[in-house]
Design a protein around this ligand. Structure first.
Ligand SMILES: [Zn+2]
Ligand SMILES: [Zn+2]
Ligand SMILES: [Zn+2]
Length: 89
C-alpha cells in the first residue's frame, strides 16, 4: 500500500528548514549589508549580502526525509496492529 507522503504532500521535497526556501543565508560577516565595517564590499559574500544556504546547496528545498524524495510512503498495516496492542493498562 502506497500513500501520499503527509510530510511533503507528495512533492518529494520540502522547503529547506535552514533558509525557509529562500536558498540564501544572511552573510554572518556583514549581517546582510554586503559591506564590511570599512564600507568596502564584503569579502565573504562578494558584496551580495548573502551566501548560498549550505544546508540545501542554494536550492531552497531538500529531499523529504519521510519519503526520501519519492512523494510516497509505504502504508504499513502491521504497524497499526502493533500500536494498538501496545496499549497496556
Ligand atoms: Zn537552505
Ligand atoms: Zn557579507
Ligand atoms: Zn515526503
Amino acid at each position: 500500500m502506497k500513500a501520499t507522503c503527509p510530510n511533503c504532500d507528495g512533492d518529494g521535497t520540502i522547503d529547506c528548514e535552514e533558509c525557509g526556501g529562500a536558498a540564501t543565508e544572511e552573510c554572518p560577516t556583514c549581517e546582510g549589508e554586503g559591506v564590511n565595517s570599512k564600507g568596502k564590499p564584503c569579502d565573504e559574500c562578494d558584496g551580495e549580502g548573502g551566501t548560498d544556504c549550505q544546508a540545501c546547496d542554494g536550492l531552497g528545498n531538500q529531499d523529504c526525509e519521510t519519503c526520501h524524495g519519492s512523494g510516497e510512503v509505504e502504508e504499513s498495516e502491521e504497524k497499526a496492529e502493533k500500536d494498538s496492542s501496545e496499549t497496556v493498562k
